[in-house]
Design a binder for this molecule. Structure first.
Ligand SMILES: [Zn+2]
Length: 273
C-alpha cells in the first residue's frame, strides 16, 4: 500500500489522527525554520557586517586590501638599490696569493715569469664561517702564599665569570636572538648548540639568559612607555595565526619600538616640527 493510499484510508477512518499528525508536522517545520534562520545568521555575521571583532572571523577573513597606489615602477629591486647581493669588503681577514709562474699568453711558448714584477691583482672574495665556531678562553687566577700569614690567596676573576665552564655574552646573545626573534624553541636550541657548535647547552641556560635580558631591558621599556604617548605615529598590528589543526586567531599587537622611538625623537627635534 502506497503512503498516499495509507493517508486516504486514515482520512476516511480516523480524521482526528490525521489532524494530529498535521499539527505535529507544522510545529516541526516551524522549529526547523527557526534553526535554519539562526544558523544562517551565525554564518553571515562577521566583523564586516556586525560588531564582532576581526579576530573572530577565523580563517574566513578576507585578504587585506592594500591602500597603496601603483607606483609606476617595475616589481622587485629598483635600480640603484644596494639589495642583498654579497659585496666584497675593503679589508679581508685572509689573503691567498695565486702566483703566476708560467706565462699563459700562448705567444711566448710559456716564458717563466718568476722574476717579472707583479703589476696588479684581480680579487675574488670567499665569505666563510670559521672551522671552529666556539673559541675557548681560559681565565687563570694566580694563587700565591702570603709571606706574612702563610695563607694561600687567589686573584679575583671578573664578576661575570662564575663557573668552571660557561658561555660568553655573545654566544648567549645569539641564543636569545634565535629564541626570541627566530622562534627556535628551547629544545631545538640545545640541538643547534650541539650540531653547530659542538657543545652542550641546557634549556635552563637559555631560560636564565632570557630572564637576564628581560630584566636588563626594563629601563628601555620604561623609556618607551614615556616616549610612546609623545610619538606622532604609533604602529599597531593584528594578524591571524594558524595553531595546530584548530583555527583560533591569536591577536598579536606589535609595536615597532624602533619606529616609535625614531618618530618620537624626530617629533622633538626642531627640524621635524
Ligand atoms: Zn707569454
Amino acid at each position: 500500500m502506497s503512503r498516499r493510499s495509507q493517508l486516504w484510508k486514515l482520512a476516511r477512518t480516523c480524521l482526528s489522527a490525521l489532524i494530529e499528525m498535521l499539527l505535529r508536522l507544522e510545529a516541526r517545520v516551524r522549529q526547523l525554520e527557526r534553526q535554519v534562520q539562526e544558523l544562517k545568521g551565525r554564518l553571515a555575521l562577521s566583523s564586516r557586517n556586525s560588531s564582532k571583532p576581526p579576530s573572530s572571523d577565523g580563517l574566513a577573513k578576507p585578504a587585506p586590501k592594500s591602500l597603496r597606489q601603483k607606483s609606476g615602477r617595475r616589481r622587485g629591486g629598483q635600480p640603484g638599490h644596494p639589495g642583498r647581493t654579497l659585496q666584497p669588503v675593503e679589508q679581508p681577514d685572509h689573503i691567498v696569493p695565486h702566483r703566476l709562474e708560467v706565462c699563459p699568453c700562448g705567444l711566448c711558448q710559456g716564458r717563466t715569469l718568476g722574476d717579472v714584477p707583479v703589476v696588479g691583482y684581480e680579487q675574488r672574495q670567499v665569505f666563510e664561517v670559521p672551522r671552529k665556531l666556539l673559541e675557548v678562553t681560559e681565565h687563570r687566577a694566580e694563587i700565591k702564599r702570603c709571606p706574612v700569614s702563610g695563607r694561600l690567596v687567589t686573584a679575583a676573576f671578573p664578576k661575570s665569570i662564575q663557573a668552571p665552564a660557561q658561555y660568553g655574552p655573545r654566544f648567549r646573545g645569539l641564543m636569545i636572538y634565535f629564541n626570541n626573534r627566530q622562534l627556535i624553541p628551547y629544545d631545538r636550541l640545545t640541538e643547534v648548540s650541539e650540531d653547530v657548535f659542538g657543545q652542550p647547552l641546557s634549556e635552563a641556560t637559555v631560560v636564565a639568559a632570557n630572564q637576564r635580558v628581560y630584566q636588563n631591558l626594563a629601563p628601555f621599556e620604561q623609556e618607551v612607555k614615556v616616549l610612546l604617548p609623545q610619538a606622532p605615529l604609533v604602529h599597531a598590528d593584528e594578524s591571524g595565526l594558524r595553531v595546530a589543526s584548530d583555527a583560533p586567531l591569536v591577536a598579536c599587537r606589535v609595536h615597532l619600538l624602533a619606529d616609535v622611538l625614531r618618530g618620537a625623537s624626530q617629533a622633538r627635534s626642531p627640524g621635524h616640527g
